[in-house]
Design a protein around this ligand. Structure first.
Ligand SMILES: [Zn+2]
Length: 436
């Protein structure tokens, strides 16, 4: 009998099914082969073959026996979280935060470095790359190595090129962050807006794990939003959806960094918070947002009032978002989320007054549990999401640790995948692929 070589589509379907099984192991493991078949609708033979392959590839482990349902006790399987890792980076306005995530999306290494914002984006991206190198070195023993690098940036990002279009709070314009990193790291690189990254982090490992529509607000130096519709980030036609901070709420309001006046960001940001404090008439001792948060926690009435004022304007923005998107959940993230209930209570009061009753009743408004790590974690999750969608490894999945390939690759990098890492028509976020 003549054996036909498998076609591209067979590879694709197999990878897709592997992704479904792997996702189930991530969210519901430990789980038996029979329960995987039940939950996915795949037949038992297919599940067994896929699991065998995943075991060979180090992506799955057997972890003991489950309860018998009449016959033999089934072997339980779990995701091998340490099989591979993704790097997530937050290119903040005055800091870098880099994390290495295992396959569960848990940080296994992290480092935050303060930096002076400057007009030299290439030099700053090179510094970030040095930190990424440290992260890679720290986790390079994982059998499948590095899956890719995700970077969250504080400004609108062009889709699909991954260029940071402008960052008013950094004074940068048209910066090819992804291209520069791709010159140094021969792995998939994703660049996305920090609020999009934060929203993805909430979906994967934060408050939004059970929801499919979510509106994530990042409140810090600026104000950005990540919009999740049907479980996917909505990026708009050019990648810049979510610039919610630059919607006008007062046509005659104070000038904004974007050149407009009266943007929501002018009323809801760390700078706005300090302004409320200074205009309160009392003599505030706090010189930065962190001190305001601490003072409010200690019962300082001026700090509490300033945060409530910010919360009221945030409530106006949230009411607009609830009326426009009818989300299941609104998550308040970014540095100001550290002020927690001081902001949340005021925001909820305004939403009660201003949002339409039907969408308001369905929207839960919560504070991010991931806090300031949301962007870096989410940037790494963008890489993991794609791996779990179509898990691809070379041949039997064995890595080439410590080996230098023809392109001079170092240990943690996988060799070429047998399938394209993502199909061009399925790319759903800003991505820059290494051409090496
Ligand atoms: Zn603006």
């Amino acid at each position: 009998m003549r054996i036909r070589p498998p076609t591209g589509d067979q590879f694709f379907v197999r990878a897709l099914n592997k992704g479904i099984v792997l996702n189930l192991l991530r969210s519901r493991g430990p789980i038996s082969r029979a329960d995987i078949a039940k939950a996915t609708g795949l037949n038992k033979t297919t599940v067994s073959a896929l699991v065998d392959e995943l075991l060979r590839q180090h992506l799955v482990r057997e972890v003991g026996m489950g309860e018998s349902s009449g016959g033999r006790r089934p072997r339980l399987l779990t995701l091998h979280a340490g099989a591979a890792f993704a790097i997530g980076a937050d290119l903040g306005v005055d800091y870098f935060l880099v994390v290495a995530l295992n396959l569960q999306g848990q940080p296994v290494w992290k480092k935050r470095v303060r930096r002076i914002p400057g007009p030299d984006p290439k030099g700053q991206v090179a510094q970030l790359a040095d930190l990424v190198d440290e992260a890679i070195a720290a986790v390079s023993s994982a059998p499948l190595g590095l899956l890719g690098i995700g970077v969250g940036v504080h400004g609108p990002v062009e889709h699909p090129s991954g260029r940071l279009l402008f960052a008013p709070n950094l004074g940068w314009a048209d910066v090819p962050v992804g291209e520069w990193l791709a010159e140094r790291f021969p792995v998939p690189i994703v660049v996305d807006n920090e609020a999009n990254a934060g929203a993805v982090a909430e979906l994967w490992c934060g408050a939004g794990q059970e929801v499919s529509s979510l509106f994530y607000l990042s409140v810090g130096v600026g104000l950005g939003a990540g919009i999740v519709i049907d479980g996917e980030i909505y990026r708009g036609t050019g990648g810049t959806a979510g610039e919610f901070g630059h919607t006008t709420i007062d046509p005659a309001g104070p000038p904004c960094n974007c050149g407009n006046r009266g943007c929501l960001e002018v009323f809801v940001s760390e700078r706005a918070l300090m302004g409320y404090l200074q205009r309160s008439g009392s003599d505030p001792t706090a010189t930065g947002p962190e001190e305001v948060f601490q003072a409010a926690d200690a019962g300082d009435a001026t700090a509490i009032a300033a945060l409530a004022r910010l919360g009221e304007y945030l409530g106006i923005g949230i009411a607009n978002a609830i009326n426009t998107f009818n989300p299941e959940m609104v998550v308040i993230g970014g540095p100001v989320s550290r002020a927690g209930h001081h902001v949340l209570n005021a925001a909820r009061r305004v939403v009660e007054q201003r949002a339409l009753s039907s969408p308001r009743a369905r929207a839960r408004i919560v504070i991010s549990s991931l806090g300031e790590e949301a962007c870096a974690v989410g940037a790494g999750v963008l890489i993991l999401q794609e791996f779990f969608r179509l898990p691809q490894t070379k041949g039997n999945g064995l890595p080439a640790p410590g080996r230098r390939g023809s392109a001079g690759r170092r240990g943690p990098y996988r060799e070429e995948a047998e399938l394209p890492w993502t199909r061009p028509d399925r790319v759903h976020y800003s991505t820059v692929r290494s051409l090496s």
